[in-house]
Design a protein around this ligand. Structure first.
Ligand SMILES: C=CC1=C(C)c2cc3[nH]c(cc4nc(cc5[nH]c(cc1n2)c(C)c5CCC(=O)O)C(CCC(=O)O)=C4C)c(C)c3C=C
Ligand SMILES: [Fe+2]
Ligand SMILES: [Fe+2]
Length: 343
């Protein structure tokens, strides 16, 4: 075997994001994302006319404004933090294993796509890939869609790498500890509120009724976090944000919960969103900006947003542990080789 060939590589996957905060680019992103049957599973004859006739003609303009309010000089926050994670993970794995483990980013929708990520890994000589979707809780609408995108990319080729998929890490001890650390830091820096609101991205209730593991995973993450922080049951609440469309989504809804709290005597809240590996539109705009103004309008006094784990060292270390664990015997060979090199 070629001694310069990496033993394995890592494909980090996140959802995707528009390349620019313009109605044109948002339309391009939404047209891919919302056309995916994993995301909206209505019969095509029913959904496509709604998507192309209504949604893609109205939503991009409004959503582009929301993106503009959180856009960074470097681009979309989701992509900015994902690239930071990629770089930090590659550095940490190299430090730990004494050998370069290529790490690439591939997103389910828009760029860089799954095929770009896999091609870069292939060009680096990788033929064993650990796929790490950055969705801590499994959902058919996210991780399921990653598997479809991966299969669609591999379908274009005559050969394929060996791969191992990290389906979820909702109850990983280091993930829970890292979340708890962000809450403690927020308490120390911004002060502590009466309640911790643990908000997850929603999905249609029907998906869960039909077997999606998502709600169970969210509840286990929330319980793990509350236990790690030593919270009593009345010191935290779980809710679900970003409802889309007409059918019922997971409840309680984030906005309704927020609006009701001041009337129940809860005037201050800390808000954390553990379903997002990196800060993005749904955290920076919906939670940090919109959520805050809704809460204050409803009579709330203090609203403290706890940022996502992003490229914090404890988060990157958790990702490296997950990768090494799933690489298993692939990584063992790296260690052997490093020893041979040292001898
Ligand atoms: C229409 C159905 C949707 C489902 C089901 C859904 C599940 C889901 N999404 C995330 C993570 C993210 N979603 C983001 C944006 C976003 N999500 C939907 C719709 C569904 N999501 C839409 C229409 C949008 C775009 C914004 C809008 O038009 O309102 C993002 C942010 C991307 C960014 O660029 O910052 C993330 C991340 C999860 C985890 C999830 C199910 C568990
Ligand atoms: Fe674009
Ligand atoms: Fe979403």
């Amino acid at each position: 075997m070629d001694m310069t060939q990496p033993r394995y590589g890592v494909l980090l996957v996140n959802l995707g994001t528009p390349c620019k905060p313009t109605p044109h680019c948002v339309k391009c992103f939404l047209s891919q994302f919302l056309a995916d049957e994993r995301v909206v599973d209505l019969p095509r004859w029913q959904w496509m006319p709604i998507l192309h006739g209504i949604i893609l003609n109205t939503r991009p303009k409004r959503v582009a404004k929301a993106y503009q309010s959180i856009w960074r000089e470097e681009g979309s926050p989701l992509k900015y933090y994902s690239l930071k994670q990629q770089k930090a993970l590659a550095e940490l794995l190299e430090q730990r294993l004494g050998e370069r483990i290529p790490v690439e980013l591939g997103m389910t929708y828009c760029k860089p796509g799954m095929s770009e990520g896999l091609e870069k890994l292939e060009a680096a000589g990788v033929d064993k890939v650990v796929v790490l979707p950055l969705f801590p809780q499994y959902s058919c609408s996210t991780t399921g869609a990653v598997v479809d995108a991966l299969a669609a990319t591999l379908k274009q080729k005559r050969s394929m790498p060996e791969y191992r998929l990290i389906r979820d890490y909702h109850n990983d001890a280091s993930y829970i500890k890292a979340l708890a650390a962000t809450v403690r830091e927020s308490w120390a820096e911004q002060g502590r509120s009466q309640k911790l609101l643990i908000s997850f991205h929603g999905v249609p209730q029907r998906y869960v009724d039909e077997g999606d593991l998502y709600r169970d995973h969210c509840e286990a993450t929330a319980k793990g976090l509350a236990d790690e922080l030593g919270l009593a049951p009345d010191e935290y609440l779980v809710c679900f944000q970003s409802r889309f469309g007409k059918e019922p989504w997971l409840q309680p809804y984030f906005d309704e919960t927020l609006e009701a709290l001041p009337g129940q005597g809860v005037k201050s809240v800390d808000v954390i969103s553990p379903a997002f590996s990196v800060d993005c539109l749904e955290t920076l705009e919906e939670l940090a900006i919109e959520g805050k103004s809704e809460f204050l309008e409803a009579g709330g006094e203090e609203y403290r947003f706890v940022p996502c784990l992003n490229d914090r060292p404890d988060h990157i270390a958790m990702m490296a542990d997950l990768v090494e664990h799933h690489a298993g015997n692939w990584g063992q060979q790296v260690a052997d080789k490093a020893e041979q090199g040292a001898a």
